[in-house]
Design a protein around this ligand. Structure first.
Ligand SMILES: [Zn+2]
Length: 218
């Protein structure tokens, strides 16, 4: 899943208004932030295999550290602990933990059964929403629209940059999503992992414009 993770982060701002959207995006996408460096280092493997599912040409051969259920819980505990130490915002830390685990649950919904339960379990979990492009687009599109609405209605731009930053991110993600569906298979696993590193920039982007918006009623 791609847009769905951003939907969770945007909606999570309602649950933890004092947490930056950058933190929430980082939490909801933490597993996909950990994954690209591991692929580039050769620790985890992905293969280009058009038709692996209808939605993606990626065959997630092995990703036990970034994407197993057990390690997701570990990453969630580390992320929540680090956030609590930095912010002393307990509610925010709980939401960070839930957002990290939500990534595995949403990937469980979308991937074919390739997600490990723990390192060494082999890939076995996944409900396979990606076997249908229309179903994937409808589910993710509705989630994303709801997330954007919750965030946009719950915050207001203090400066123009707060509005421009939000809507340019929404447009950018939508364009990337459509290009992903319409475009051909990527040239290599390295290219996929390299492009995946862009998520770090999206975290910074969200952090930047969220600081130029304020929670309404606060
Ligand atoms: Zn993922």
């Amino acid at each position: 899943m791609f847009l769905g993770h951003f939907a969770v982060a945007l909606a999570a701002k309602r649950a933890a208004p004092r947490a930056s959207l950058g933190v929430l995006v980082g939490a909801a996408q933490l597993l996909d932030l950990i994954w690209p460096p591991l692929v580039l280092a050769g620790v985890e493997q992905v293969r280009i295999e058009p038709g692996n599912t209808a939605f993606t040409p990626l065959n997630f051969v092995s990703y036990p550290y970034s994407h197993s259920l057990l390690t997701s819980a570990v990453w969630a505990a580390i992320a929540a602990g680090a956030y609590w130490v930095a912010s002393r915002y307990l509610r925010g830390a709980v939401v960070v933990a839930l957002a990290v685990v939500s990534h595995w649950l949403l990937d469980f919904l979308t991937h074919r059964p390739d997600l490990p339960l723990y390192p060494g379990s082999g890939g076995c979990a996944g409900l396979g929403l990606w076997n249908s492009v229309p179903a994937t687009v409808i589910v993710e599109g509705l989630m994303f629209a709801a997330g954007v609405w919750l965030y946009a209605a719950g915050t207001v731009a203090r400066r123009r940059a707060g509005a421009i930053g939000l809507w340019s991110l929404v447009a950018f993600l939508a364009v990337i999503y459509v290009m992903n569906i319409a475009g051909g298979a990527p040239p290599s696993a390295q290219a996929v992992a390299g492009a995946g590193m862009a998520i770090y920039l999206l975290v910074a982007w969200a952090w930047w414009f969220d600081g130029r918006r304020e929670v309404t009623g606060a």
